[in-house]
Design a binder for this molecule. Sequence first.
Ligand code: NAI
Length: 441
Amino acid sequence: ATPSEPYDAIIIGGGPGGYVAAIKAAQHGLKVRPLSTDVLYPLSFSGVSLNLPQMLKAKEDAVTTLTKGIEVLFKQNKVDYIKGTASFVSPTRLSVQLNDGGQTEVEAKNIIIATGSEVTPFPGGAIEIDEEQIVSSTGALELKKVPEKMVVIGGGIIGLEMGSVWSRLGAQVTVVEFLGAIGGAGIDEEIAKQFQRSLTKQGLKFMLNTKVISAEKKDGKVFIKTEGAKGGKEETLDADVVLVAVGRRPYTEGLNIEKAGVELDPKGRVVIDDQFNTSVKGIKCIGDVTFGPMLAHKAEEEGQSILEIRPHRARTRELSRHSSVVYTHPEVAWVGKTEQELKAAGVEYKIGKFPFMANSRAKTNLDTEGLVKFITEKETDRILGVHIIGPNAGEMIAEGVLAVEYGASSEDIARTCHAHPTLSEAFKEAAMAAYDKAIHF
Ligand code: NAI
């Protein structure tokens, strides 16, 4: 198709949601064209090397390889794509400022908004990100040398992942968190406590129930003012580098979304129904820019679901089925409900836990920190949540997601044979502990 011919679908955004939707649509015979400014992918890495330039180069190479891989998939699936910035002219027409200069217009019956999110700036402009001394996650992945002292504002996933990377490379890291626990939304309180203990052992310092109010650059340092979350107890910290990790927000800037008549909620999220339809017919939306957790795999799943052509298999949004993984060491991963959520909802539940200390593979690997925790409905034994801290938690949680997705009980898992010697035996034994009793603990 030439740019002037209408497409079946145009996808705005080439991130994990957009590119998956594009490939799926092309596989189903639609003529599609994603528009992207940059293919951005949240990236986590862990490193012990002191050769920082080499480590950063390895990261760059990985990003390039992954990005190129997507372009190859586009070619294989005959997906057209334009690199540029799109803005709505009408509900079916977009004007695109091309990255290589110039401008074009494209039209389609269906448009999918998959523009993602951006770093939330510090409220009130009290802290300005320069990506050198005061950095967001972007700058934190590109520091030219290991800072002696680093202060991380926000103990959510980004703050902990980035903070623990630089701590491992030798920085003295202090995390300031407004809430009484680390790990961000959705983490089980018991796991969060153990997580904090593990990171503290590694040398990270935590100031909980503490709010950062400002940060000022002076004489090559940054001075950070904090106070108690409920006021009082002011303190000033100094650092060589400050990481601002206080969340991300939906990204719709420049999209001229009002022109199309698409409704946003007060948080700036695109409002959708449970079939991903926005308030305007023909315009759908997926990923970080709409409801739900801001996770690459959640966006990918939605990109796939949105184009499901077999109506009996069409999926609606089901938020509890996305796992969360914190790529630190030990890793932390979970799916479903937390104990505190169930308590608050008055649900009667049972707990089954198994420590990696009692797992033969973890012992052999000398990597025994952590545990697997199952939460089941007391009356039915149905699995409501699985929470893991420990080796390979991010891989292991896939079995938890499968269990929750298929409505499994802890007995189902407990009666499923898991190979010996593997870490996954800890998963089975935690299920056994919920259903009956574990063998090895
Ligand atoms: P977050 O919302 O998870 O955590 C931000 C933390 O900052 C909160 O705990 C909040 O209480 C705290 N905070 C806010 N203002 C503060 C202040 N003035 N002083 C002290 N603390 C303050 O946000 P984060 O970590 O920036 O991550 C953004 C999004 O990106 C999340 O949705 C996260 O799930 C996602 N993400 C996920 C990754 C993964 O799955 N591995 C990797 C990177 C990002």
